[in-house]
Design a binder for this molecule. Structure first.
Ligand code: AMP
Length: 441
């Protein structure tokens, strides 16, 4: 199937062509016709599958067929500033040949420029829930004419406690509207939201439920907690990684690790919710430009970070919510490229690992790495780090392998399609292929 077959207008096809997209991705093949048919859509698609264009392109087409008003006709809700900014950018990129106006609003930055833009009149509003309610409370965001509502990364919005904000926003929207809900995972809370929001939706399931992207090679390194930094520095330096996104569980941990890596001679920056928007943007820009080699992020700050062909993700700490693991490693192996996700697992994190493996329905291969241990005051007698660096938790597939981290077999998963319009091929092929690399930012 080609983009032409959707009946998209020439202006949109030109924009798609400029992006270097030759074929629609599976989520695009399914969602674009359904959205053009003005159906509600429930789509299970991870970031990295091309889901943004899957809703932005048909929405732009529907908008360009109608009449511009001063108030927004489309509302996209996103959990974080980063994702809102990226979705807004996508609308601008795909809509570059049309005269439609997109505005992005999120918290943490001055509100006045956003008020000014809203007053000038817009077609598409991309927003995080809190700032949108603020603007609505000041009577500058009028949502009474919204024709299409998109909830992007709905699972994350619920994880972040936005359910009440979402319900308040729903009350500001007209009852008659088209609803599109995108979510990487389907906990019951998302299902409940979908039931209350969507009318007879077309259901699309791209990445199988709660499974990780197939183009990501996953590796576990068992290592004592106080040796994680030494192992990470060793991996970055000996394997000559030019770009790695590292996850920590806490903001404090992110700051500390960034400082430690810098003292090891690795350019590193932390990005998390306590940092100002300008510091986050600066860190992200430096990372994308290659000035920052290691970006250390907490889960929330990392949402929606869209970096083409990010080669390495490291879980410095394992997340205690298994679905976060899937989100984290979805930052690599994107846009058809291969990526590696390594998890540094201390004995204390054994249960987290087991929970993640239960969710993935497979064991993650273990790899031992010989690296220079650092003595630290926290070292216990019996060199706990040595003991723990080797499979402390029973059988693990691939244990003791020393190669470059071979792909896990991971067969036998039963998936969990949520709907009738399930894309079979998409389970491994859900990722976009580019004609040529075209980083967008
Ligand atoms: P998303 O899942 O929306 O975050 O998109 C992931 C990446 O895929 C983005 O960098 C897009 O620019 C890219 N992309 C989207 N659609 C296509 C396509 N049909 N072909 C190639 N790349 C695409």
């Amino acid at each position: 199937m080609s983009f032409r077959e959707f009946g998209l207008r020439a202006e949109l096809l030109r924009a798609v062509d400029t992006q270097g997209y030759t074929d629609p991705t599976p989520v695009q093949s399914e969602a674009i016709p359904a959205i053009l048919d003005e159906r509600d859509v429930l789509a299970g698609a991870q970031t990295g599958t091309g889901k943004t264009a899957a809703f932005a392109l048909p929405i732009l087409q529907l908008l360009s067929d109608g009449h511009s008003r001063r108030t927004p006709r489309v509302l996209v809700l996103a959990p974080t500033r980063e994702l809102a900014a990226q979705v807004g950018d996508s609308f601008q990129i795909y809509g570059r040949n049309l005269s439609l106006r997109t505005t992005i609003v999120f918290g943490g930055v001055g509100i006045q420029p956003q008020i000014d833009k809203l007053r000038r009149g817009i077609d598409v509003l991309v927003a995080t829930p809190g700032r949108l309610l603020d603007l609505a409370g000041r009577k500058v965001a009028d949502l009474s004419q919204v024709e299409i509502l998109v909830l992007d990364e709905a699972d994350r919005m619920l994880d972040m406690g936005f359910i009440h904000d979402i319900k308040r926003i729903m009350r500001l929207l007209p009852r008659e509207r088209q609803n599109l809900l995108f979510s990487a995972t389907y906990p019951d809370s998302v299902q409940d939201l979908a039931n209350s929001l969507l009318h007879n939706p077309v259901q699309i399931q791209i990445a199988r439920r709660n499974t990780a992207a197939e183009s990501v090679t996953q590796i576990v390194h068992h290592v004592a907690r106080d040796q994680k930094r030494a192992l990470l520095s060793h991996l970055i330096q000996t394997e000559d990684w030019s770009q790695v996104l590292v996850f920590t569980r806490t903001k404090h941990g992110a700051n500390r690790l960034a400082k430690q890596l810098v003292s090891d001679g690795i350019e590193a920056e932390a990005i998390h919710g306590n940092k100002s928007q300008s510091a986050r943007t600066r860190a992200l820009t430096g990372f994308k430009a290659g000035r920052v080699r290691a970006l250390i992020a907490t889960d929330i700050a990392s949402r929606g970070i869209d970096i083409d062909q990010l080669p390495h993700v490291v879980n410095f700490d394992l997340p205690n919510i298994p679905e976060d693991y899937v989100h984290r490693i979805g930052r690599t192996g994107r846009a058809g490229s291969e990526g590696t996700a390594r998890s540094l697992v201390s004995t204390e994190e054994g249960q987290f690992l087991r929970d993640i493996e239960r969710l993935l329905r497979k064991d993650i291969p273990v790899q031992d790495v010989d690296f220079p241990r650092r003595s630290s005051p926290a070292d216990r007698p019996q060199s706990a780090n040595q003991r723990h660096s080797r499979q402390p938790q029973g059988n693990r597939s691939g244990g003791g392998r020393s190669g470059g981290g071979s792909r896990s077999g991971g067969g036998g998963r039963s998936g969990g399609s949520t709907g009738s319009r399930t894309s079979g091929a998409a389970s491994q092929a859900g990722r976009p292929q580019r004609r040529r690399p075209q980083p967008q930012r």
